[in-house]
Unconditional design. Structure first.
Lengths: 264, 267, 314
């Protein structure tokens, strides 16, 4: 920890050094700045062009806002994905406030407090282990959270239903009417809110991927019993009961699940 | 650099300098610009130091494209979406201005984070630049809020629902949360005034705050100077080199070790 | 008119009426150009005569008026540094106070504060308060009771406040529970998740082919039959609710909000929304623990509810 006098003396030396050995900002440093600024403007314009002419950056404008919709899953702008994914990690009601307010506020306070905690004059990275480790941890964790937020899947009933023909082809149940009807029920019953299937849907509350559910050989009766009372068959399961769908609908769903043996 | 100038060149120089001198005498602005341009900075500034001005450039792109967009955007829930469609598809180069504004926001935020990381790793938040660091963190938070308010403006499904969730997230803050959420929404529910409220924040209040903070930030950079990279052997302000050891003649016993011999780590 | 060299005293002519007459003449001339030619002629004459008299007086007067020679510019005074000089307050003599300057200081700050308050308080109030004033109760007619068969769920979409337009569009899940003590009992559940406000999906199929559009006083209402077998599931973070709106799984902090309802002229009318802690029982036997409307993510019961002691008015 350096005393205030040492830091003041250091700054005086800095000013002296700059006065004697420094170079004028223009043109030496300003040249670098200008080049970089040109790069930035070109990148922005380039991204705008790509956005218009290719699909890789997403749609330019979605459908008009519908506050009464039942089939939309919100997402923030990409730079909030790390917070967005935090909300998926903290999935217990008591912990929600940590993800919404707690962690971001703590992070902001830590950032503000850095110059008052780190009072050493040392600036070389090789002698600042805490700073380097903290920076690496922050970058890695924010990068991972952002990536996971970006790839987190969700699905809307209408999107999922539109995917059924391709499912039928990939899984090979195109000729099975019961399975096709079951797939439609699967899409409509919000199953994909927690389960993933062939790349669509979200993964929430530990629900398993159902792409190859049929390959596990559990049988149609098991599936029906499970749908009627998931926590009876699988203790501790948070899945709700679908008994009210009725026997024939449950049979269709079970057929679909058993026909899903994984992509061919 | 004494070059012989013809009388004609002398006259031309005087003509060019005349308006500048006029301005300088009455305002001092020319001198201030000269000071800013020709001030000394350490000779070892690297490309890493360009991230700050790159962020400023991105912000200026946002300002210019935002002003142009504001001439065609209609901040009413009934016509906002249609006005954006109009900008995107009908107006000449509207798609380019809108695209640059939307992606400029992302670039601005990325550059802010990179600049912050660079300043942190260079230790450029230490004395006497602590205040500048704090202003920088405030700029980050304000810039993110600007992105949040701007996200609602196209008023499509993504915009509306992301804003619903964002406001509710703010609402979960203890004690003040519900009031903060009501303040942002202008009511208990998202109503017809939310869009205009967010527009006013996005166009007037937050850019004003950003411009003010950036002005302070730049003032401090000019006043306190740019730091050298920490790895530079020639860094400005490094600790003085240790004294060389005293010469030993060999004919007399060496005396006790002088204090200055032990090397101190250079900073 | 060229000044004599060194003559930089302001010119002070003796009082004279000629300029007045000249001005009157000019005015008459200009007015007359608009109103009537005779007046213009009179004005022109006046201007010429008085102008001539004025000019003559000035030309002869200068020769007569001779002031003292101008003083030499004072020798260079020492340059006053910018931070001192007349601009600064003189130091008080020992033993002297400046009660008047203190009063002026206080008055300046006080008046500045008052002016600031007059400007900012109404503006801030205008920006902040409307959101906090009591919102008017909205009643929404969602159609005749005959559209709601007993024990069948319907997905109903309506405009909460038609004057606000599409932005007030909302969706409710409604089930007719039959009669309770002779009066119809309905379960009316809001479709905004209690975690963070995402739209919740029914855990079962919709039957869009049987959708009905009902024309009411508050615009068109869409009524679609559905079968939420598993209750309601939120796709954002996997929050799950049963058919009474109780939370069964996931991060929501309480059950789904409900709408008050009433029956008028055989039609179902929806009222204000309220928040729900827990619902015991189901259908018409349900007992609902009711709270004032609270935002998503905010606890209404349990120990965490002390984090949200006050709610803004609704």
């Amino acid at each position: 920890m350096s005393s205030l006098d040492e830091r003041r003396a250091g700054f005086q030396r800095y000013k002296q050094d700059v006065k004697t050995r420094g170079k004028p900002f223009y043109p030496y440093a300003m040249f670098h700045d200008t080049v970089m600024s040109l790069v930035v403007v070109c990148v922005i314009a380039g991204l705008a062009v790509i956005w218009k002419y290719w699909d890789v950056l997403g749609t330019t404008l979605g459908p008009k806002a519908d506050p009464g919709t039942t089939s939309f899953v919100p997402r923030p702008d990409w730079y909030f994905y790390f917070l967005f994914y935090l909300l998926r990690i903290f999935k217990w009601p008591e912990s929600v406030i940590l993800a919404t307010i707690g962690i971001p506020t703590i992070a902001l306070v830590l950032l503000l407090v850095i110059p008052f905690v780190d009072l050493r004059r040392e600036r070389r990275l090789s002698r600042r282990p805490v700073a380097v480790v903290a920076a690496a941890l922050t970058v890695v964790s924010m990068g991972v959270l952002t990536y996971k937020g970006a790839t987190a899947q969700e699905a809307i009933a209408s999107e999922v239903e539109a995917a059924i023909p391709s499912w039928a082809q990939k899984e090979g149940f195109a000729g099975n009417k019961e399975a096709l009807a079951g797939a439609k029920l699967f899409a409509e019953s919000a199953c994909v809110s927690c389960h993933t299937y062939l790349g669509t849907g979200s993964s929430n509350l530990g629900a398993p991927d159902l792409t190859a559910e049929g390959a596990k050989g559990k049988g149609i009766q098991f599936q029906i019993d499970h749908l009627k009372c998931p926590s009876c068959v699988n203790p501790g399961s948070p899945m709700p009961s679908f008994a009210d769908l009725g026997e024939s609908n449950l049979r269709k769903l079970a057929t679909f699940l058993e026909a899903s043996k994984g992509p061919k | 650099m004494a070059r012989k100038r013809s009388a004609r060149q002398e006259a031309m120089q005087r003509a060019v300098m005349y308006p500048l001198d006029w301005l300088e005498e009455r305002s001092g602005l020319v001198g201030a610009t000269r000071y800013f341009l020709f001030r000394k900075v350490p000779g070892d500034t690297s490309w890493w130091h360009t991230l700050g001005s790159a962020t400023l450039t991105a912000f200026l792109v946002q300002l210019v494209t935002g002003v142009i967009l504001a001439m065609y955007y209609k901040p009413d829930p009934r016509s906002a979406h249609a006005s954006i469609e109009h900008i995107q598809h009908d107006l000449t180069l509207g798609w380019l201005v809108r695209g640059m504004h939307r992606w400029g926001a992302s670039v601005f935020i990325i550059l802010m984070f990179m600049h912050m990381g660079r300043v942190f790793l260079f230790g450029a938040y230490k004395y006497p630049r602590e205040l500048n660091w704090i202003i920088g963190v405030l700029l980050l938070a304000t810039g993110l809020f600007e992105g949040l308010t701007g996200y609602l403006l196209p008023y499509d499904q993504t915009a509306y629902w992301a804003t619903v969730v964002a406001i509710n997230i703010n609402g979960t803050a203890p004690f003040v949360g519900p009031y903060l959420a009501t303040l942002l929404r202008g009511g208990a529910e998202i109503g017809p005034d939310v869009l205009a409220r967010f527009y006013s924040l996005h166009m007037l209040l937050v850019p004003g705050a950003l411009i003010g903070l950036i002005g302070l930030h730049l003032y401090l950079v000019v006043r306190l100077g740019v730091s050298s990279p920490p790895w530079s052997r020639d860094a400005a302000g490094r600790d003085p080199d240790p004294e060389p050891p005293p010469v030993r003649s060999g004919l007399v016993q060496p005396g006790p070790r002088a204090a200055g011999v032990r090397r101190r780590p250079a900073e | 008119m060229e000044d004599r060299p060194g003559d930089d005293r302001p010119q002070l002519p003796p009082p004279s009426l000629w300029p007045v007459g000249f001005a009157v003449g000019i005015v008459c001339l200009l007015v007359g150009l608009v109103v009537s030619w005779p007046a213009a002629a009179v004005g022109a004459a006046l201007a010429v005569v008085f102008g001539f008299l004025w000019a003559r007086e000035v030309a002869t007067g200068r020769a007569q008026v001779a002031g003292p020679p101008p003083a030499e510019p004072s020798p260079d005074a020492p340059a006053i540094p910018a931070h001192r000089g007349e601009a600064a307050m003189p130091e008080p003599e020992p033993g002297e106070r400046f009660p008047r300057s203190k009063f002026l200081e206080g008055a300046t700050l006080g008046l500045g504060g008052v002016i600031g308050a007059i400007v900012t308080l109404p503006a801030a109030g205008f920006a902040v308060l409307p959101g906090f004033l009591k919102q008017k109760a909205h009643e929404v007619d969602v159609g005749p009771l005959t559209d709601f068969e007993e024990n069948k769920w319907k997905l109903v979409t309506f405009l909460r406040d038609p004057s606000e337009g599409e932005i007030s569009r909302r969706t409710a899940y409604i089930r007719n529970n039959g009669l309770l003590d002779g009066k119809p009992s309905f379960t009316v559940i809001s479709n905004r998740c209690a975690h963070l406000g995402c739209p919740v999906q029914p855990g079962g199929p919709l039957f869009p082919k049987q959708e009905k559009t009902v024309k009411t006083d508050n615009g068109e209402v869409q009524v679609t039959p559905m079968l939420p077998a598993a209750g309601f599931i939120c796709p954002c973070h996997g929050g799950a609710y049963d058919q009474e709106g109780n939370r069964t799984a996931g991060p929501p902090v309480r059950g789904l909000d409900r709408y008050e309802f009433s029956i008028r002229n055989g039609r179902l009318i929806l009222g204000n929304t309220f928040s729900v802690g827990k619902v015991v029982g189901s259908g018409k036997d349900a007992r609902i623990k009711r709270y004032e409307l609270t935002g998503p993510g905010q606890h209404v019961d349990g120990i965490e509810s002390w984090l949200y002691p006050l709610q803004p008015p609704h």
